[in-house]
Write a protein that binds this ligand. Structure first.
Ligand code: PLP
Length: 389
């Protein structure tokens, strides 16, 4: 017997995976025993701080945590989120209605269009951008509309260039600052504009703040919810992944507008059963981490940023020195496409970056380097790249 197994249109029609060629070249290089310096991965190389690991060990021993968790998150976790928010952003949140636990922020981002997007509705997505925004829109039957992020506009979308007809059909607008992949940050003026446009066209703003705690020179990024009226139009996604080196733990949260939070919660109630309570317990401890420890993690990234920035400038590449995120977004040299340049560096220097066009067409002509390797390796990478150019 055999049945015909066919993929559903929603995954058959996914845009092509642009990193496939790079992935196979990387595997090949590794097979050949190349001493690869991989700066293509947005996953911290440092371990989860020990006090969080210890809290997990204790929590995992407790049988009451072995049961199904509550869907919205333990009250104590939501209260810890609310306290953290107040301390960090001076924004108050009702832990009962304005905070929702997530199995990583990617989970919440991926699910939110299911709560608010009908077939044919538009979802505004930054481009270049984190691919989940537009894929989630497609999965919900929505139509992604890409807002180009260009250097001349500080990598902020230009709302005035979006056609009126698109704005009228838009239900959700995804924003992401500090930004992956461009590393740009947004000021209060921009967030004001976003609130205004959302209010005028009834668009839900979903701000992805995964990198709010990875910043340099004490330039603390803003929360979208610090903006007047923001809580009337949207929510913010946060992640413990990048802040506390906890990418493998899968925990994050969404905060803000209670109706939006409730809508996302409704989808989740029907799809998942919340975050393992032991992880929530450990995350409460994480959210109370002494700022000195976070400062030292930031200092580590800052030393790497400085080493790579100086190296790239020496090489003659055009690159802005980021105030936040662990990425550098550099213009590739004249005569190369993003992919050509990535392949050239891999071949000639054993250094791997990510081609900018993989994040969307406006990223063409750029390369992204992740600061997830040591300063020594970055210096080595710079030396090798200089020789390769
Ligand atoms: C890493 C990342 C996330 C996802 O983080 P998780 O909480 O681990 O799911 C979300 N958005 C952006 C832009 C990211 O780079």
């Amino acid at each position: 017997m055999s049945i015909s197994i066919e993929l559903a249109d929603r995954i058959k029609n996914l845009p092509p995976y642009l990193f496939a060629r790079i992935d196979s070249m990387k595997a090949e290089a590794k097979n050949k025993g190349v001493d690869l310096i991989d700066m293509s991965i947005g996953d911290p190389d440092m371990p989860t701080p020990q006090h969080i690991v210890e809290a997990m060990k204790t929590a995992v021993e407790r049988p009451e945590h072995h049961k199904y968790p509550s869907y919205d998150g333990m009250p104590s976790y939501r209260e810890a989120v609310s306290r953290w928010y107040d301390r960090r952003f001076n924004v108050s949140l009702d832990p009962g209605t304005e905070v929702l636990s997530l199995i990583g922020s990617k989970e919440g981002i991926g699910h939110i269009p299911l709560a608010f997007v009908n077939p044919g509705d538009v979802v505004l997505c930054p481009s270049p951008g984190y691919p989940v925004y537009s894929i989630a829109a497609l999965f919900a039957g929505g139509e992604p509309y890409f807002m180009p992020l260009t250097e001349d506009k500080g990598f902020l979308p230009d709302f005035s260039s979006i056609p009126e007809e698109v704005l009228r059909r838009a239900r959700i607008m995804f924003l992401n600052y500090p930004n992956n992949p461009t590393s740009a940050t947004a000021g209060s003026e921009f967030f004001h504009e976003a609130v205004e446009i959302a209010d005028r066209y009834d668009i839900i703003v979903c701000h992805d703040a995964a990198y709010s705690e990875i910043y340099y020179d004490d330039k603390q990024p803003l929360s979208f919810l610090e903006t007047d009226g923001a809580k009337d139009v949207g929510i913010e996604f946060h992640s413990l992944s990048k802040t506390y080196n906890m990418t493998g733990w899968r925990i994050g949260f969404a905060v803000g507008n209670r109706e939006v939070i409730a809508g996302l919660g409704k989808i989740k109630t029907n799809l998942d059963s919340g975050v393992f309570q032991a992880i929530q317990e450990a995350s409460i401890v994480a959210l109370e981490t002494d700022d000195n420890l976070l400062s030292s993690i930031r200092a580590t990234y800052q030393a790497r940023r400085d080493a790579l920035f100086e190296g790239l400038v020496d090489m003659g590449l055009r690159v802005t020195r980021p105030d936040a995120t662990f990425y550098l977004w550099a213009r590739v040299p004249e005569g190369f496409t993003s992919e050509d340049f990535v392949v050239h560096l891999l071949d000639k220097a054993g250094v791997l970056g990510t081609p900018g066009n993989g994040f969307g067409e406006p990223g063409a002509g750029y390369i992204r380097f992740a600061l997830t390797v040591s300063v020594e390796r970055i210096k080595e990478a710079v030396e090798r790249m200089k020789k390769a150019l």
